[in-house]
Write a protein that binds this ligand. Structure first.
Ligand SMILES: [Zn+2]
Length: 517
């Protein structure tokens, strides 16, 4: 088997492994130890609560609340209902406290009890309400935590975060350190992603690191801000208080429809949501919460950190490093190109051509994907059920564009293709480091890997294929597994998805060509 095929297969294994490790865990059976979170114990609660739509103000919403009050009492808590008027609408939140042994503050487990009028809201947000009940049960089965744990089940989220706004106004103590863990769904399947952390997230990331296989990364925050969505956590963040937002977002075609039923809800998603919730509650519940909530404690603000998983390891570094890393990636690449030129392995003009045509290829993939989405109509959007043919078409578009680029450059020295793809990534890495630093790792680290790989390839031409393949590992581990996620984004999803696959595909050309330099 040619060495280039082996190298491409290994990169495919790296990308596949990254995708596989993001899958939600298998549901834990009801026979599991009492201290564990079991989706099988939580799912019957969802089936009971999500029988019918229960929007804010409806008799069905009151029935759901009464049912939950009974379940909280059965867990040994003393729930309180807090009714208030927000924006002319009466909302009733449910609050219950599990006292800590020596509290430094409060960890809040939050979800909303109301659904949209269109559907029963099994995933959004009954699954999270049930997960909170199962988490409280598991917490009570274990040794008591140091901090208070407060259950906050809000009303009127779908009508504009009404219950959360009332709680922030009336129920959030100004001087008591409080961390809010909010739980949502924007689909009925997939892993629970930690998609948003409050500014100054360094302390929160120590807790996220304690979650077994935490899913999500700091780029999702930026993506979320581009979408027309909001969660209860927004009310908390607007008050300058800390928190973490988690949600599962796959199969969004059922989101806010009559199809969001207990039958459609993925048990693995409930397990993922609950396992993450329980791990965060235990870690934060035993932590000193004062440094995490500077607004309440008066302690200095914590730094912002970039975070993601690379080859199974949680990587975090200060956000202030994002731009230096992106600039370093660009400088390493410039160094590699200068070195290659001195050795007569490429011409500068060719590198400029390769970079310009790679940019053109990326734009062509985006344009063709967007045109495909427009031609297919709204039924081809990410909320449609029959998405698969369009997903295949988006990937095929990206492959065609990347192949066309490779064919156009085939007569030029191989090092130019790597330099061209890496220059495009490095430029995007620097731009994102300035505008959305939490997302720049997706581009800057692949650019850095390619720059280092190219340097070694130029110095040791006999090992060029190995060097370029190893240098392409960040592309396979970060960028390629990220591309399918773009299918879940609304709006220009097809153009963005085709562009994401093309951007990940361009650097593979040098490896596919056998690493000739
Ligand atoms: Zn919701």
């Amino acid at each position: 088997m040619p060495a280039r095929l082996v190298a491409l297969l290994l990169l495919a294994v790296v990308a596949g492994g990254a995708l596989w490790s993001d899958r939600p865990p298998a549901p834990v059976p009801a026979s599991a130890p009492a201290t564990e979170f079991s989706a099988e114990r939580a799912l019957p609660i969802v089936a009971d609560l999500a029988r019918a739509p229960h929007p804010v103000g409806s008799p069905a919403a009151a029935r759901v609340r009464d049912d939950v009050v009974g379940r909280l009492r059965a867990l040994g808590l003393a729930p309180r209902t807090e009714t208030s008027v927000v924006g002319g609408t009466a909302v009733t939140n449910l609050v219950a406290t599990l006292p800590g042994s020596a509290p430094t503050g409060t960890v809040v487990l939050a979800a909303h009890t109301d659904s949209v009028p269109a559907g029963p809201g099994a995933a959004d947000d009954t699954a999270s309400v049930a997960a909170i009940l199962e988490t409280v049960r598991a917490l009570r089965a274990g040794p008591p935590l140091r901090d208070d744990v407060e259950v906050l089940l809000t009303d009127g989220e779908e009508a504009g975060l009404l219950g959360a706004r009332a709680w922030v106004r009336d129920g959030l103590p100004a001087a008591r350190p409080t961390v809010v863990l909010n739980h949502e769904a924007r689909g009925v399947a997939g892993p629970s992603l930690v998609f948003r952390t409050s500014p100054g997230n360094a302390g929160l990331l120590r807790a996220i690191a304690a979650v077994p296989h935490p899913r999500g990364d700091s780029s999702l925050d930026a993506v979320f801000r581009l979408l027309p969505h909001d969660t209860d956590l927004s009310a908390v963040l607007a008050a300058g208080r800390p928190g973490i937002d988690s949600a599962f977002i796959e199969r969004p075609s059922e989101y806010h429809t009559a199809g969001d039923t207990p039958a459609a809800l993925s048990a693995a998603s409930v397990q993922s949501q609950g396992s993450t919730m329980l791990a965060l509650a235990r870690t934060l519940g035993d932590a000193d919460l004062r440094p995490l909530d500077p607004a309440a404690s008066g302690l200095p603000a914590q730094p912002d950190e970039v975070w993601f998983r690379l080859l199974g390891v949680l990587v975090t570094y200060p956000q202030a490093w994002a731009l230096p890393i992106a600039v370093a990636a660009a400088l390493v690449l410039v160094g590699a190109v200068v070195l290659a030129r001195r050795r007569g392995l490429l011409r500068l003009r060719d590198v400029v051509t390769a970079t310009a045509t790679a940019t053109g290829a990326l734009l062509a993939a985006a344009g063709l994907g967007a045109a495909l989405g427009a031609a297919a109509g709204p039924d081809a959007g990410p909320f449609s059920r029959g998405l698969l043919p369009y997903e295949v078409a988006d990937v095929a578009l990206a492959v065609v564009v990347v192949l066309a680029w490779a064919l156009a450059l085939r007569r030029r020295p191989g090092a130019t293709t790597t330099a061209g793809a890496a220059a495009l990534l490095a430029a995007i890495g620097v731009a994102t480091a300035v505008v959305v630093p939490g997302a720049s790792f997706l581009f800057a680290l692949p650019a850095l890997g390619l720059g280092l790989g190219l340097t070694v390839a130029v110095l040791r031409p006999r090992a060029a294929l190995t060097a370029l393949a190893v240098g392409t590992v960040p592309v396979a581990a970060l960028l390629l597994p990220y591309a399918p996620r773009v299918f879940l984004v609304d709006g220009a999803a097809h153009g963005l998805a085709a562009a994401a696959f093309a951007l990940a595909g361009l650097p593979l050309v040098a490896v596919a060509a056998g690493g000739r330099v």
